[in-house]
Every structure is written in C-alpha cells, then in structure tokens.
Design a protein around this ligand. Structure first.
Ligand code: APR
Length: 278
C-alpha cells in the first residue's frame, strides 16, 4: 500500500512514527466532524454560531450557555465508541513503544478510551472530559465533576446545583479544557513545542481525517514535507494536506476512510519501521 520510495525512507530512519488525527478518525464512531454538512461548527446552538461559542470572550459573557453547549458535545462523545482505526493505533503503540507518538486535535477522548497512553498522546486542542480553573489553580487539568450527567439533551440548561459544581474552590469558574478560537497553543497544557519537535524528527507523519484548518497541524505537515520525510495522508476527500503530500518527494495520499485504511496501514508501517515479529 506504500510506494517503495516511502517504504525505504521509513525503514532507514530511527525517528518516531507520528500520527496526527482530526475529527475524521472519529466520524465512523458517529461523532460529527467540524466542517462537514452536520458539523459542530455548522449546526451550533439555539442562539449562537458555534464559532462564536468556542471563544474565551463568549465564556466570559455567558459561561452557562457555553458550558451547556460543551456538555451536549461531550454527551455525543461519551455515547460513541472507538472504531477500528482507533484500535489499530492502540495495537501499533503496543508494538512500537517509544517510537510511537500520537498528536490529536480531537477533544472526544476516544484515543485514550481505546487504550493509547496519555504519555504518548498529545491532545493539542484539549479533552472535553476535563476542565481547568479560569484562575489557573492546581491541579491545572481536572476531570469534570462527577455530578454532571454524561448524556445531555442539546437545549437543556444547567440548573443552579450543576452550575455550582463548575466552580473551583477559589470561587472562580471552571472552564472546558479545550483550546478556543481566540487563544493560542502552548506547551504546558497543549504540548505545542513537543508536537512541533516530533515533526522535526519523525521517520514518518501519518495524517488521518483533518481538513487542514488549524495552524500547528499545518506547520507539522510543512516541516515534514520540507525535510523530505514521508508524509502519508488518509482522507476520503482531498485536503490541503493531501495536496502537500502529493507535491512532496516522499508523500502519499491514501484516499479512503479511516477504518478502511488505518488498520492495514499500521500493519505495513509496523513491518517497515519495526521489522517483522517485533
Ligand atoms: N475517515 C477519515 N477522514 C474523514 C472521514 C472518515 N470516515 N469522514 C470525514 N473525514 C475527513 C473530512 O474529509 C475532512 O477532511 O475529516 C476531515 C474533517 O475536517 P474538519 O471537520 O475540519 O475537522 P478537523 O480537521 O479535525 O478540525 C480541526 O478545527 O475548529 C477546530 O478545534 C477544531 O479540532 C478541530 C480543528
């Protein structure tokens, strides 16, 4: 499934095999993507455009409304199960150990629920199962209060008791542990430097199910292509990343869905990078 020029480069390198995933890897688990026809950024809420909701400015103005929307999205994620592509990445990590790295834009938590390790999974846009104090109290990242139901009707508002659980002991609001549109990547919370460093040393970067609308993934792909390292893009539709791969010396675009391609691809990568029987 991989051309010789790509396979040879992977075999010759001792760098990490880095996967970069977007909403497309969870589409076959039943979670809408962001920019597809039923996408989260298109459907939104009763009164607000979704891209307005996912901002620090919106949270400062209407925390209860923003929380309601995130709890609905989290409910969609909690009712979904990992699919064959998520499971293939777990098998690959077991086999590759420290040579495996996963950078995900998804806040659905499905990679961790499937069994990938937190240490090798960089959740560069956060995780909707977690929250943080607006004032930055420790621990920085915390699980959502257990009293909040995991399933959430789209338009259901939080009652006073639920809102009270979303306060830190210091009195400040807890906020969703997600990167908002009017915020920047950083290393301590979102692993910005680590993800970029991974692209600088990767034996291969495998991009699955992302349209290419965000800056860190774009930089990672450009870095890998500029190094002439293997860049493998999996997506049923051409994207800016598939175009970069096709224009790059050791790039390849594998057109298809995540569950169609990723299980076979990880087997092929395992044989190339790790040798048979490892
Ligand atoms: N398998 C693989 N890819 C798929 C599948 C599938 N079954 N179904 C759809 N896709 C592809 C689409 O063709 C598209 O290229 O997944 C991609 C989804 O793109 P987006 O909806 O833009 O999602 P994503 O790229 O993850 O968005 C990135 O934008 O606003 C931010 O924080 C948000 O993390 C998100 C980021």
């Amino acid at each position: 499934m991989l051309p010789d020029r790509v396979g040879r480069a992977i075999t010759a390198s001792a760098g990490p095999i880095v996967f970069l995933t977007g909403a497309g890897i969870s589409a076959e688990s039943g979670i809408p993507t962001f920019r597809g026809p039923e996408g989260f950024w298109r459907v939104g809420s009763r009164n607000y455009q979704p891209t307005e909701m996912a901002t620090a400015v919106a949270f400062a103005r209407m925390p209860a409304e923003v929380w309601r929307w995130y709890l609905f999205r989290r409910g969609v994620c909690r009712s979904a199960a990992p699919n064959a592509a998520h499971r293939a990445l777990v098998r690959f990590e077991k086999r590759a150990g420290d040579r495996f790295l996963l950078v995900t834009q998804n806040v659905d938590g499905l990679h961790l629920r499937a069994g990938n390790s937190a240490a090798r999974t960089y959740q560069i846009h956060g995780n909707a199962d977690f929250c943080r104090c607006m004032r930055g109290c420790l621990p920085v990242v915390r699980e959502l209060p257990v009293k909040l139901s995991e399933s959430w009707e789209k338009e259901r508002s939080l009652d006073d008791a639920e809102l009270a659980t979303l306060r830190c002991a210091c009195g400040e609001w807890l906020r969703p542990h997600v990167l908002w549109f009017d915020e920047s990547y950083d290393e301590p919370v979102y692993r910005y430097v680590s993800a970029q460093r991974a692209a600088e040393t990767a034996a291969a970067l495998i991009v699955v199910g992302t349209s290419g609308a965000t800056s860190l993934p774009t930089r990672m792909c450009e870095t890998v292509a500029a190094r002439g390292a293997p860049l493998i893009v999996v997506d049923p539709e051409p994207t800016v990343f598939s175009a970069v791969a096709e224009a790059s010396a050791r790039g390849v675009y594998l057109r298809g869905t995540a569950t169609e391609i990723v299980p076979e691809l990880t087997e092929a990568l395992g044989a190339l990078a790790l040798g048979r029987g490892v």
